[in-house]
Design a protein around this ligand. Structure first.
Ligand SMILES: [Zn+2]
Length: 232
């Protein structure tokens, strides 16, 4: 026949299991990638996207400059070839050369702006990539430690669960059922010590009769909180 002492031994096992379970949850939470690592990855992704866009703009501007420059060369050559005698025609070509020169300058300016943007993005990317390397190296060490800790806790829990099984088998089914309900309802404490005449769970005192029952190792529940009691 199991005594309150046996249940109290089970309570000790359960308390250590709760602690380990909480520790495991904490480790699982800590095993999520840290915010600075996640945000640096996001920044790098955005910079790469922006570099793609700027790269296309640079290429486009270069093509435009090339095509306008070719037209300009052709018109300039024609202007100074001596082949055009008609003053009106000459004036038209002169105007075209002027207009093309202006357009080449405009597109060249645009190209320079795109190149500057590209350089600045490249430099940002490099800085962030260095940062990412450092953060990843830190995270690798930290997460490896956490995973080791996680395994250790899991192994410890396995051992304690086996111990719990053996201890729980000693307790009568009806007491066990009541205890499990109390664990859930009373913050993980189904049996507590009686301190003088006070329940250590709810700090409320009880009458001499109940105290005597507890002190003679009988099964008694605290009249206030319902927890099982064990003599101090
Ligand atoms: Zn109580």
């Amino acid at each position: 026949m199991a005594t309150p002492k046996d249940l109290f031994a089970l309570q000790k096992i359960d308390t250590s299991l709760f602690t380990l379970r909480a520790k495991l949850h904490e480790i699982q939470r800590d095993l999520q990638e840290p915010d600075d690592l996640v945000s640096t990855k996001a920044v790098i992704l955005k910079l790469n996207e922006a570099l793609g866009t700027t790269g296309a703009q640079v290429k486009d501007s270069e093509l435009q400059v090339g095509s306008l420059q070719a037209k300009l060369n052709k018109s300039t050559d024609l202007l100074y070839s001596g082949k055009i005698k008609n003053p009106k025609e000459l004036e038209d070509i002169e105007n075209e050369v002027k207009s093309l020169t202006g357009r080449v300058e405009t597109v060249e300016l645009e190209l320079m702006e795109h190149l500057e943007t590209q350089e600045s993005l490249k430099s940002d990317l490099e800085t962030n990539q260095i940062m990412l390397q450092e953060l990843e190296a830190d995270w690798e060490v930290k997460s490896a430690t956490l995973r080791t800790e996680q395994q250790e806790v899991a192994v410890e829990m396995k051992g304690i669960l086996e111990k719990r099984k053996g201890q729980a088998e000693k307790i009568d089914a009806s007491i066990m059922g009541n205890y499990v309900k109390l664990l859930k309802a009373k913050s993980g404490l189904g049996i507590v010590k009686l301190s003088g005449s006070k329940c250590e769970g709810c700090k409320i005192g009880m009458d001499g009769g109940a105290v005597r029952q507890v002190n003679s190792n009988q099964w008694v529940n605290c009249p206030s909180c319902g927890r099982f009691l064990i003599k101090e």
